[in-house]
Design a protein around this ligand. Structure first.
Ligand SMILES: *Cc1c(COP(=O)(O)O)cnc(C)c1O
Length: 389
């Protein structure tokens, strides 16, 4: 075994050591973190549904009806009426023939690649894709080809250079998780069609947030199942619950049921989680005001931040990163904010590329205008315009 203690010390010396903060009570803008009250701006509960009374009630009622554990994998005896109904509702929500629940987004991404690709195939990925998509390449054995971030020209060159060799899958985040910007999905769909490749979009951060009905980036861009045959969504973010799904054609979903090992060989999530998600899906669709509210909070934050002279990225989504660059400075800024009762974790390599450490600021429909004002005051007080950019 390697010298683990020495490795950990080295990580600390490079300001890359990660620590968990212990949260008490439910998710929300105001939480108790390591025993002290904090205003948080780093959760993915974008619509404020994780502790919504209707979602909580649906969970409670379902526990009374189903108990807690699902008892087995979906293919054995774990696939309940609740899971089945949720799959049908999710498919209708994203306008695709079928949807299949997975326990997590990480497992969904591994499962799709593992079921569809082998070492004779190629997987084309945006350089900034989520870790689970990159790991999916390794897991499937397919040859990984990374293209420049959002650079469809670079992807086109790489597709052209590998014509005629095995299956080709292009996968991309819809909304990029650490940057908040959008994948050029229309261009990707066009390239996939012209080059006989299949396109897969992981819209973990777009579903619920983008599109008039919350259907995500693909609803916003009016892209059908023919344009994007594989859509992955997660339920632990804007939906405020837990789990993930893949949506697509009948044949895709049946193939995953037969062959996705991260689907077949794992216990189904508790049915009560599925019931809670059904309640949250109704709110996602009904409460257009939550998306409106997010847009107005994003505008308020960007306006205030530019008045403070903070360099903002081009993001229009609730993910509003503040680039710092150096990992040590990002940590120092995060600590200085915590001193003022504002929690935003520093995101450092290898989660983001070397030299692009940042504070990943996220907004939620549950934030009030006054919360954003307190965030801006805290950034000012912490000297963010000196440290960032
Ligand atoms: C969070 C995330 C995942 C993983 O989803 P989990 O359900 O948390 O495992 C996958 N892809 C992207 C883009 C994500 O942001």
């Amino acid at each position: 075994m390697k010298d683990l203690a020495a490795q950990l010390d080295d990580r600390k010396a490079r300001h890359l050591y990660r620590r968990r903060r212990v949260v008490a009570g439910p998710q929300g803008p105001e939480t108790i973190v390591d025993g002290r009250p904090c205003l948080t701006f780093c959760s993915n509960d974008y619509l404020g549904l994780a502790n919504h009374p209707q979602v909580v009630q649906a969970f409670r009622d379902a526990v009374t009806e189903y108990g807690v554990g699902s008892g087995a994998a979906h293919l054995v005896t774990g696939h309940s009426v609740a899971h089945h109904a949720l799959e049908e509702e999710l498919a209708a929500f994203v306008g695709r023939p079928r949807a299949l629940l997975f326990s997590t987004g990480y497992m969904a991404n591994l499962g799709v690649a593992g079921a569809l690709l082998d070492r004779h195939d190629r997987l084309f990925e945006d350089r900034y894709n989520h870790a689970s998509l990159l790991d999916a390449a390794r897991y499937s054995g397919a040859r990984l080809v990374r293209y420049g971030h959002g650079d469809s020209g670079d992807l086109e060159r790489r597709l052209g250079a590998t014509a005629g060799s095995g299956h080709r899958l292009i996968s991309s985040d819809g909304v990029f998780s650490m940057d908040g910007d959008l994948a050029p999905v229309r261009a990707l769909a066009g390239l996939a069609r012209r080059h006989g490749a299949t396109l897969m979009i992981d819209d973990a951060h777009g579903l619920g947030v983008l599109g008039e009905h919350g259907g995500g980036l693909l609803e916003q861009q009016s892209l059908s199942v023919e344009d994007v045959p594989i859509l992955v969504g997660t339920l632990g973010k804007a939906f405020g619950t837990f789990g993930a799904f893949v949506a697509g054609s009948e044949a895709l979903i049946e193939t995953l049921i037969q062959q996705a090992r991260t689907y077949v060989y794992t216990t189904a999530p508790p049915p009560a989680v599925a019931q809670a998600t059904r309640a949250s899906l109704r709110l996602v669709q009904q409460d257009g005001w939550r998306r409106e509210r997010l847009r107005s909070l994003v505008a308020r934050f960007r306006e205030g931040a530019s008045q403070l002279g903070l360099a903002l990225t081009a993001s229009t989504t609730p993910i509003q990163p503040l680039l710092v660059g150096d990992a040590a400075r990002a940590l120092a800024l995060s600590d200085a904010l915590l001193e003022q009762g504002v929690l935003i974790s520093a995101i450092r390599p290898p989660t983001v590329p070397e030299g692009t450490a940042r504070l990943r600021i996220t907004l939620s429909a549950a934030h009030q205008d006054s919360h954003v004002d307190r965030l801006l005051a805290a950034l000012d007080g912490a000297g963010a315009n000196r440290l960032a950019g």
